[in-house]
Design a protein around this ligand. Structure first.
Ligand SMILES: *Cc1c(COP(=O)(O)O)cnc(C)c1O
Length: 391
């Protein structure tokens, strides 16, 4: 009898468990010393000058970051059509509208030339450029950030990177999260490359953006009344300066993050190894292997996305059914935004409006890839794939 192989599994070790127990015994469960430590460690990992603000999800982090860079009522924000709904929903939370941009099928990321075309089109219609752009590093391979940052400077757009998949990844040899965008947001959701169960981190080089995010993540309350300086005896006096949000990270989550971060090098090495084993084993089948980053850059390998090509004996849906029948979990990243009822109906979008996103969606499958997978687990996926797609 074969057991099921899940699509994703977190790698939680004794260090994480001991740290959570320590936090439980300390009596301080909400944002406190462990969150401060995780933020300091994360900022140090990013390197010189980068500030880090911990939050309870990447979705909350994207909302805070957009608010902090000034996105508001009536603005437009450029978002790839090929992403998770979080990237766009937070734009709506601020009373602004996402404007979708198609991808470059060879990278699965936002196409910079398409981005420039859409900026031109929206500027002509409205007499002003959109307020911001949210590049998404799909699967953990960085977008063409030089082109996007140059365009942002040229047209006066703010840049908030959705780096939910991109810890750790690089562009031009620099870590995503340390580039010259206005803010970058990571996700520590259970399936991501570093997990705190639920959680996220905002990084920025701009102290005003970091301060604004800190203020707004906890009710718009002045000073971090319940954090850094709070222990042991905190003052009861505080002031509400804004109608803020409730997006603070708690110390139980940060306890996981502290140790996940320490292990991130080993996690990455194992993901790279698994990606290379897939590349080697799956070559020659009627499928397209995932795009590769420029030589010298790091792909986080959060996802290993293959495309089932038209000359394959089965289509993508049948491929997934057959893998599932063999107890192998897989997923699809992404169902493009414009195919979902809310986005389709609100903006009157048609499937062909984003032809590259549509075509990619019809072919992609994300195969399992995570540090806890053994070579034997992976060989099972490879054998099943060969059986389904083999001649
Ligand atoms: C997971 C994910 C998010 C949201 O992350 P949460 O921490 O669950 O809020 C945002 N964008 C993308 C591309 C994601 O995959």
């Amino acid at each position: 009898m074969t057991t099921n192989l899940p699509f994703a599994l977190p790698d939680i070790g004794e260090d994480e468990i001991a740290e959570v127990l320590d936090t439980l015994r300390s009596g301080w469960l909400t944002t406190g010393p462990k969150t401060a430590r995780f933020e300091d460690d994360f900022a140090a990992f990013m390197g010189d000058g980068v500030l880090a603000v911990a939050v309870n999800s990447a979705t909350g982090g994207l909302h805070l970051a957009l608010e902090a860079v000034g996105v508001g009522e009536g603005d437009e924000v450029l978002v790839p059509a090929y992403t998770y709904t979080s990237t766009a929903e937070v734009v709506r939370h601020l009373g602004a509208d996402p404007v979708l941009v198609d991808i470059d099928p060879s990278t699965m990321n936002m196409d910079p030339s398409e981005l420039e075309r859409v900026i031109g089109r929206r500027s002509a219609v409205r007499g002003k450029a959109p307020a911001a752009v949210i590049p998404v590093h799909v699967g953990g391979m960085a977008c063409e950030m030089d082109a996007i940052l140059a365009m942002a400077r040229k047209y006066g757009l703010k840049v908030v990177e959705d780096a939910a998949h991109a810890f750790p990844a690089t562009w031009g040899g620099r870590l995503i999260g340390s580039l010259d965008s206005d803010a970058t947001v990571f996700s520590f959701y259970a399936t991501k490359t570093l997990t705190t169960g639920e959680g996220g981190m905002i990084t920025t080089r701009n102290p005003a953006v970091a301060d604004r995010c800190r203020l707004m993540r906890l009710h718009g309350i002045s000073a971090d009344a319940f954090t850094r300086d709070a222990l042991p005896g905190y003052s009861w006096r505080y002031e509400v300066l804004e109608a803020g949000y409730k997006y603070n990270m708690n110390d139980l989550a940060a306890s996981l993050g502290i140790h996940q971060l320490r292990k991130s090098g080993a996690f990455l090495a194992r993901r790279q190894e698994l990606a290379a084993r897939y590349d080697e084993a799956l070559r020659g089948l009627p499928l397209a292997l995932p795009p590769q980053p420029p030589v010298g850059d790091v792909h986080s390998w959060h996802l290993y996305v293959i495309r089932v090509l038209p000359d394959a004996p089965v289509n993508r849906d049948q491929f997934i059914e057959e893998l599932s029948a063999q107890g192998i979990g897989c997923s699809v990243h992404f169902i493009p935004l414009h195919l979902h009822p809310y986005w389709r109906d609100r903006y009157g979008l048609l499937p062909e409006d984003f032809p590259h996103s549509l075509a990619l969606f019809n072919q992609v499958v994300s195969l399992p890839i995570y540090p806890r997978m053994t070579n034997a687990d992976q060989d099972r996926v490879i054998a099943a794939t060969k059986r389904i797609l083999g001649s």
